[in-house]
Design a protein around this ligand. Structure first.
Ligand SMILES: [Zn+2]
Length: 86
């Protein structure tokens, strides 16, 4: 059987349970539940998955920041238009 690690805390103390014909894996360390495909198979794999997660979060952060900048520019534009009209 291949090694399976919790994708959250990298613990190998995980148990597989079958619920409604679907396999669910529960981490005994942190209580995180995940599906077989979501678990890391080695510590290297765990680190890669974490890295990907962080990269995704950064991407979302960047998008959120860009959204803020656009709102800020619109606010300035409205301010200028009001100034010009008065
Ligand atoms: Zn865990």
């Amino acid at each position: 059987m291949s090694e399976l690690l919790c994708p959250k805390c990298s613990s190998d103390r995980v148990i597989a349970t079958k619920v409604d014909g679907k396999i669910n894996i529960t981490c005994l360390e942190c209580g995180h539940e995940f599906k077989p495909g979501q678990g890391a198979t080695s510590y290297e794999d765990f680190k890669n998955k974490k890295k990907k997660e962080i990269q995704n979060n950064l991407k979302l952060d960047k998008q959120a920041r860009q959204g803020c900048v656009v709102l800020f520019l619109i606010a300035i534009l409205i301010f200028i238009i009001i100034k010009l009209c008065s």
